[in-house]
Design a protein around this ligand. Structure first.
Ligand code: ZN
Length: 269
């Protein structure tokens, strides 16, 4: 068994450390389109490696902004989902996809057991172990905890238009999902829906069911249509929209607690 991380392979997780007590922990599995050089882009063109098939366009920037504005902990993947998808159970069909949205992935057509094990060992296992260990410590300390995972989706999928701007996906946390959806729906220009454009499943998801539902921790997966994230302004606006729905004191200002914030609001002339 090879244990050393091969040279040119980065650590599997970009961790943003909490700077203010925050009930939310962010996860962004499809944050990166990085494929180590030795894989030769898995036989894809450079253009394919910047498309949605390789990562969730804009999701990392939204996650980083939410984490920084809220002082929250966040975990971001550092490899392309085409090498190994962090949001699929190991061994599932899409864990190492041979085809993605109609595009054949040449480098995944016949991957040896050893090569599969190497990707699992250096991408999936350290990423999810880091999250699991962190959640264990938080829950042991009795801290209020919610998990919010950030994803993005294409406006058109296999020729079909998707009308939603934002989808709130849930497993066990239906009430939390409805609450966040109704807060976003106060903006009438936004088309927000529950469980669109996907639904959570044990075969098709990992972080939400395993880190959230299995622990009894409230958890949501937020899907953002990626044409909202095409510019820096769009990314910031969308992140702030989500932040305001997720937290009553967004953006967090040091030295101000939740209680002080509402008191300040109540006593405004
Ligand atoms: Zn995703």
């Amino acid at each position: 068994m090879v244990c050393e991380r091969p040279s040119g392979w980065p650590p599997a997780c970009e961790t943003i450390v909490e700077t203010q007590p925050c009930d939310i922990v962010f996860v962004c599995e499809h944050a990166s389109n990085h494929i180590p050089e030795e894989f030769g882009n898995l036989g894809l063109t450079p253009a394919d490696t910047v498309r949605h098939i390789a990562w969730d366009v804009g999701a990392a920037q939204v996650t980083r902004r939410l984490a920084s504005q809220m002082g929250a902990q966040a975990f971001l993947g550092t490899y392309s989902r085409l090498l190994l998808d962090l949001n699929r159970p190991l061994g599932s069909t899409d864990s190492i996809p041979v085809i993605s949205e109609g595009t054949v992935i040449p480098g995944n057509q016949s991957v040896s057991d050893e090569a599969v094990a190497l990707r699992q060992m250096h991408i999936f296992t350290p990423f999810h172990t880091e999250i699991a260990d962190y959640l264990d410590r938080r829950l042991k300390a009795g801290r209020e905890t919610r998990i919010v995972t950030i994803h993005s989706f294409t406006p058109v999928y296999l020729g079909v238009q998707r009308p939603w701007h934002i989808g709130i996906l849930h497993g066990a946390s239906r009430a939390y999902a409805r609450d966040i959806m109704s807060r976003l729906q106060t903006d009438p220009s936004l088309n927000v829906a529950l469980n669109q454009p996907y639904v959570i499943s044990r075969d098709g998801d990992y972080a939400l069911p395993v880190h959230g539902d299995d622990r009894g921790v409230e958890a949501l997966l937020i899907e953002i249509r990626n044409d909202m994230l095409a510019t820096k302004t769009g990314i910031e606006r969308t992140a702030d929209l989500l932040g305001c729905a997720l937290s009553p004191v967004y953006p967090f200002q040091p030295g101000r607690s939740n209680g002080e914030a509402s008191l300040a609001k109540d006593t405004q002339p």
